[in-house]
Ligand binder design. Structure first.
Ligand SMILES: NC(=O)c1ccc[n+]([C@@H]2O[C@H](COP(=O)([O-])OP(=O)(O)OC[C@H]3O[C@@H](n4cnc5c(N)ncnc54)[C@H](O)[C@@H]3O)[C@@H](O)[C@H]2O)c1
Length: 309
């Protein structure tokens, strides 16, 4: 199959590209940046461009079977700072993408939505795909809006789609100096002997999914016809930040310095995903335990060149 990965040089994209190459697919990447940790890969056709650059994007769609849309210009943390930018750069440009998919007879589009933000504060746990969606940040609203347009384009034009709602993916090639991904960020701080700052009491509960498990789910939806259009992909288990810290202490064998400050309004207090639909319909389940995943991520962070950790 000929697959275009939008945002293929990012954390999730780089792992997906590896998997697609391994399985013998023809891979094209569209991204405004190069991969952070690796040089260009043989066998991948790269198109460098800004998502909003419609000409370059249209060229990248030429003779593609499946599009995987991983570009996102905002983060849950920062999206509320400028909702206009969030809407314009994500929703409007994705609408253009959908129009182009239609024009190019794309067979299917896979969209990375957000299991962590789209539901808002869940009414029940674990939260399932059919539960209420009341996002409390602009990022979640943009993701939900794009989801709605995917449904519309299927209804109006027959464009097939799958929405993946990942929980909190983590693993190698997630930037320990970045602002997303508590696991690599905390591990980086442990390595540098810096204090870890926790917003609130550390009781916030999240669902952490190791990157290889997430990629298996993406791959599955790319190559198979799916029964449903939306899949939660997570571990199905909730872990507090304090749980993470105790696992990190065990894995790294370092003493941790932790400071607790006031909580943030956009943080959902507790969320973990019901993954039964993916289990039943995709024949998928996560394999890596949180501790094993943290160990792999620690190996990655520890082995980075000094300026990168
Ligand atoms: N990592 C997470 O915790 C998480 C959780 C749920 C959903 N997601 C979603 O999964 C997708 C991929 O996430 P990720 O963690 O790999 O992010 P990432 O930031 O590592 O990768 C995104 C890639 O998109 C590219 N990109 C961003 N804006 C662009 C633009 N305007 N034009 C062209 N390229 C652009 C970046 O250069 C980067 O290579 C995103 O849509 C994100 O919202 C991520």
């Amino acid at each position: 199959m000929k697959i275009l990965v939008l945002g293929g040089n990012g954390f999730i994209g780089s792992h997906l590209v590896d998997k697609l190459l391994l399985e013998g697919h023809s891979v094209r990447v569209f991204d405004k940046n190069e991969e952070h940790y690796r040089k260009r890969l043989a066998g991948v056709e790269y198109h460098v461009g800004e998502f909003g650059n419609r000409g370059v994007l249209s060229d990248a769609l030429n003779s593609i079977d499946v599009v995987v849309h991983l570009i996102c210009t905002t983060l849950p943390k920062t999206s509320n700072d400028d909702p206009v930018f969030d809407m314009q750069s994500n929703v409007i440009e994705t609408l253009f993408l959908l129009e182009q998919c239609r024009a190019n007879n794309i067979k299917k589009i896979i969209f990375a939505s957000s299991g962590g933000t789209i539901y808002g504060i869940p009414q029940i746990l674990p939260v399932g795909e059919e539960d209420q969606t009341n996002p409390i940040c602009s990022y979640g609203i943009s993701k939900l809006t794009i989801e709605k347009y995917l449904h519309l384009f299927k209804k109006l034009h027959g464009l097939d789609f799958v929405i993946i709602r990942p929980s909190n993916p983590f693993g190698p090639r997630q930037n320990p100096l970045g602002i997303q991904g508590v696991i690599p960020v905390f591990l980086g701080k442990i390595l540098r002997n810096e204090p870890i700052q926790i917003w609130g009491t550390g009781d916030i509960v999240r669902d952490y999914i190791y990157i290889d498990d997430l990629i298996d789910a993406f791959y599955n939806t790319i190559i198979n016809k799916t029964t449903s259009h939306i899949y939660n992909i997570g571990s199905g288990k909730g872990h507090s930040l304090n749980d993470l810290l105790s696992i990190m202490k065990k894995v790294t064998k370092h003493d941790l310095s932790v400071s607790y400050t006031s909580s943030r309004a956009y943080d959902v207090p507790e969320i973990y995903l019901d993954i039964n639909r993916a289990y039943r319909e995709l024949n998928w389940e996560p394999h890596k335990t949180l501790e094993e995943g943290i160990k792999q991520t620690w190996d990655f962070v520890s082995n980075l060149p000094v300026q990168e950790k």
